[in-house]
Design a protein around this ligand. Structure first.
Ligand code: PMP
Length: 284
């Protein structure tokens, strides 16, 4: 596989980052994941915009302009012959001479790394046909979840808690309400209305979330942005999650309670179709 590191396209075995890199020592870095369908990038502009926002919130310098970033994404997709899959991008505050909590001098070069992952048939995932099962767990993350940092340890722990419980993923709960999934935004549907937590620093502002809510409104579906409790979720007609790599994924069970008849709901299925169709049309 060919990867991109600080201006160079290299075989993955030859690519490296300093042991003093702040991404490694402090999780002082941000990332994006953009999916690829039919060799084209899904919502690149949305991901590029959120990257700038994350960098801005951390007073971190952007290593490349948006047009160059697009070129790097496209070149990696081409070089690695990605038909369906994703492009991972990470930017860190670079590798100063020594470990120090304070940010390094302004002229420290940021580190930028991109690589691809091939996932043939990404849009035809079998999980989308059966739906996934989730458990609820406490949300023990830091308080700036709107910044897409590489500090993902609690998300990993959450996935492991789900695995141990014999299910697919976890929904996190804070002050009695669901925040989001470990790596996705969470939704329930009740009496035809789509309910999802409003944007704040409590959740990641999903690029897929923004697109799906816009498409739902265009399709005359009702949307309400507010928090909801695990109890309300278990009484919902259906549920789903969204993320760049899973699109719209139906949720069929929460904490052992099946939703409706325990199969993917009609609104989740319809939104998945609309999202994939519309996104492919404008992919670049
Ligand atoms: N919330 C969290 C915590 C995530 O990690 C992700 C995916 N990285 C999302 C939501 C979904 O965001 P997006 O639709 O931009 O992939």
């Amino acid at each position: 596989r060919t990867v991109y590191v600080n201006g160079q396209y290299l075989p993955e075995q030859e690519a490296s980052v300093s042991v003093f890199d702040r991404g490694f020592l402090f999780a002082d870095g941000v990332y994006e994941v953009t999916s690829v369908l039919g060799g084209k990038l899904i919502d690149f502009a949305g991901h590029a915009r959120r990257l700038q926002r994350s960098l801005g919130e951390l007073e971190m310098r952007s290593p490349v302009e948006e047009d160059e970033l697009l070129e790097i994404h496209r070149e990696l997709v081409r070089l690695n012959e990605i038909e369906d899959g994703l492009v991972y991008l990470q930017v860190t505050r670079g590798a100063p001479a020594d470990r120090d909590f304070a940010y390094p001098p302004e002229d420290t070069e940021p580190t930028i790394v991109l690589f691809t992952q091939s996932k043939p048939g990404l849009a035809e995932s079998p999980a989308a046909k059966t739906g996934i099962k989730v458990v609820t767990i406490p949300d023990a993350r830091w308080a700036r979840r709107d910044i897409k940092t590489v500090q993902l340890l609690y998300a990993s722990m959450g996935k492991m808690m789900a695995k141990k419980a014999g299910v697919d993923d976890a929904w996190m709960v804070e002050e009695g309400q669901i925040t989001e999934g470990t790596s996705n935004n969470a939704y329930i549907v009740k009496d035809g209305k789509i309910i999802t937590r409003e944007l704040s620093t409590d959740i990641l502002h999903g690029i897929t979330r923004a697109a799906v809510l816009r498409m739902a409104q265009e399709a005359q579906m009702q949307v309400e942005e507010r928090g909801f409790t695990p109890e309300e979720a278990k009484e919902a007609d259906e549920a789903f999650v969204t993320s760049a790599s899973t699109f719209v994924m139906p949720v069929v069970e929460i904490d052992g309670t099946p939703l409706g008849d325990g199969t993917p709901g009609p609104i989740a299925k319809r939104l998945r179709e609309i999202y994939l169709e519309e996104s492919r049309k404008v992919a670049i």
